[in-house]
Design a protein around this ligand. Structure first.
Ligand SMILES: [Zn+2]
Ligand SMILES: [Zn+2]
Length: 283
C-alpha cells in the first residue's frame, strides 16, 4: 500500500476545511502510517489572473505558508518526512513566476484547471464546457509545462473528463498526447481521489456535505457520478511506460482516514485489468 501522499491542501486556499490546521493533517497521516507527504496547496499568483475568490492563497500568504511547513517538517522529522510545494497551473507568460515557486519549495504538481481562450480570457474547466479545440489546448498546456520541466507530478491528468459521459476520439487523442509526453520526460501521473471522496463518504445530501460511514459496497453504487479517475483514460495510460501514484488531494478532515477505501473505490472504477498493468511508484 502506498505510504506517501504528495497532494495536500490547507485552509489558506479558502475552499478546504477552514478550521483544520496543517498539523492536524500531519497527525492523521502519521496515524495512517504514511512515511512521506507534501503540502501542495493551490499556488498564489504574483500576477492575479484567476479572479475567483476562495481558490488559492494570496501572494502575501506564501512566506507564512512556507515557514509553517518548514517548522512542521522539523518538528515531525522523526515520525514523517514532510515536503513543501504548490499545485500550479501552467499559463503562457507566467513561466518565471511559476519557476520562482519551484525554487522556493520541494514539489510542484501540475493541476491544470484552466487555459486561455482565443481572447486571452481564462477559461475554467467545469462540466463539459470545453470545445474540441480547447481540449487539445488543455493537452498542449500540460505538455508545455512538462517540456519546461515545471511539474514533478501531473495531478488528475484526466480532469478534462469532468461532466463528460463519452470518451470519444478527441478525448482519446488528449489522453495519448499527455501520456506520450509523460513517458518521454518520465513524469508520473496521479490517480486523483478527491472526486471519489466527494461522491461517496462525503457526498452532498440536500445542500450539505457530511461524512458518512456507509459500507464500501454502498459506496461503490455511488461511483457513476465520478468523472475522474476515468476508466478509459487510465486504459490508455496503461499502454505507456509511465509511472503512476495515488493522490488524496486533501481538502477535508476525514479524507486521509479513508485512504485505503478510496484507493479500493478508484480501482473499482479503473478496473482490475488496467490497475494490474499500471506501474505504481515506490516513493
Ligand atoms: Zn482545491
Ligand atoms: Zn489539488
Amino acid at each position: 500500500m502506498q505510504n506517501f501522499n504528495y497532494h495536500t491542501h490547507t485552509y489558506r486556499c479558502g475552499h478546504a476545511d477552514l478550521d483544520v490546521k496543517d498539523e492536524e493533517y500531519i497527525k492523521e497521516f502519521i496515524k495512517m502510517g504514511f512515511k512521506k507527504i507534501a503540502f501542495t496547496d493551490h499556488c498564489p499568483e504574483k500576477n492575479e489572473i484567476d479572479k475567483r475568490t476562495d481558490m488559492r492563497m494570496k501572494y502575501s500568504q506564501k512566506d507564512e505558508y512556507l515557514n509553517e511547513i518548514k517548522y512542521l517538517k522539523e518538528k515531525y522529522k522523526d515520525k514523517i518526512e514532510i515536503q513543501s510545494g504548490f499545485e500550479v497551473e501552467y499559463l503562457p507568460g507566467e513561466e518565471d513566476n511559476i519557476r520562482e515557486l519551484k525554487e522556493e519549495s520541494d514539489k510542484i504538481i501540475l493541476g491544470q484547471h484552466f487555459i486561455y481562450d482565443d481572447n486571452k480570457q481564462l477559461k475554467i474547466l467545469h462540466d463539459d464546457n470545453f470545445t474540441e479545440e480547447e481540449l487539445i489546448r488543455y493537452a498542449e498546456y500540460v505538455i508545455k509545462a512538462i517540456e519546461l520541466k515545471i511539474p514533478d507530478i501531473i495531478a488528475h491528468p484526466d480532469i478534462y473528463m469532468i461532466g463528460k459521459k463519452e470518451f470519444g476520439e478527441i478525448e482519446n487523442r488528449v489522453a495519448n498526447m499527455i501520456c506520450e509526453t509523460a513517458e518521454k520526460y518520465d513524469i508520473p501521473l496521479e490517480i486523483n481521489l478527491a472526486q471519489v471522496f466527494r461522491n461517496t463518504y462525503y457526498e452532498k445530501i440536500n445542500v450539505k456535505r457530511e461524512l458518512n460511514n456507509d459500507p464500501i459496497e454502498i459506496q461503490k453504487k455511488k461511483l457513476s457520478r465520478v468523472s475522474y479517475p476515468n476508466k478509459d483514460f487510465w486504459k490508455v495510460a496503461s499502454k505507456y511506460n509511465i509511472r503512476v501514484l495515488y493522490g488524496i488531494d486533501v481538502h477535508y478532515k476525514g479524507q486521509i482516514l479513508k485512504f485505503k477505501e478510496l484507493v479500493e473505490l478508484a480501482n473499482e472504477i479503473i478496473g482490475k485489468d488496467t490497475i494490474g498493468k499500471l506501474k505504481f511508484i515506490e516513493m
